[in-house]
Design a protein around this ligand. Sequence first.
Ligand SMILES: Cc1ncc(COP(=O)(O)O)c(C=O)c1O
Length: 371
Amino acid sequence: MGTVSRRQILLGGTALFGASLMPGSNIIRGAIGEELPRPDYMIRAGFNENPYGPSRVALQAIVDSIKMSNLYGGDRRALSTLMGEIHNVPTDHISIGTGSGEILRTAGMLAAVADGSVVCADPTYHDLIRYAERAGSEIIRVPVDRETKHIDLNAIHRAIRRDTKCVYLANPNNPVPSIIEKNELRDFTLDVAKDRMVFIDEAYFEFVDNPDYASMMDLVRDGHDNIVVARTASKIHGLAGMRIGFGFAHPDLTQRINDAKTGAINLLGLNAAIASYKDQEFQEFTLRKNRESLDIVEGMLDETGATYVKSNANFTFIYTGRDIQELNAAFRAENIMVGRPFPPMTDWMRVSMAKPEEMRYFVQVYEKLLG
Ligand SMILES: Cc1ncc(COP(=O)(O)O)c(C=O)c1O
């Protein structure tokens, strides 16, 4: 390796290995055959974050806003107007939350306050469900399909009871990065939302590149009154720590959500989001890099014949046959943080996409521990 530093190898991996690195071929192993050294920092592949964010324009907006942080508020209307323009939805259909998590928890609370049960897939993202459960709702968990691990919409339909006040669907789901077929989801949503709230969580919407996928935003736009679509600035915009997210719904439901919310948006997050949503270039860059990382990881998984669910997001979900708690510790010892256990699939490992050069190192460690 001569005078090249360890950090350069990891962070400059594309330059060193890029020319000969064809994702999905055994050249990957050849290319890293040299043994990438352990990085001198922890690679974060456990939280579905954006490894590049915030963008430069968002950072500039944060810096410019710091001197105003003695002031209350900020221009919420500017962010609502921008989101309304981007999604072609009137601003009275938009709630801004401290992360989309606040919108999720509020919806969970509304279901609980109405003495209703909540139906969801299992496993799925926890925020709405956990909050509703703590507030008194019964949670009806419907296992994902045994074979595909995709959300089983028919089974969810069957599980709905008279007292069900909310059906929660993450699309793409998390920790399984699957999607629900668009026509099935549309029919389901229109039918089920006649009598109860259908909450479609689209936190990973921007990452999806799949002809079978569609957002349900147009149902909100068309005026249906029991449908919430949630989006977030945490993922593709890399603003997870700034806590900005959105709910899109009929104005009456938006009003109920806004009345029940308890958070207050902070000025830095608000201005960072305004800057970031105007910055198409950073979103495209993130998508390109995420695809590169997925190609490296899924290429290796295909090559080794591993069982995993093809990603529609910025993470993958791999069957390991091992206890994930133990595997977490083994990866940590190699300076990689992977996802926590996700019951009931505790022998599956969720791996979030870090930078491509970091995922090459992940591949090396995976092959050592699980190959
Ligand atoms: C499916 C899903 N929804 C919502 C969120 C919450 O995002 P935030 O509260 O940061 O907007 C996450 C975070 O990981 C997620 O995976």
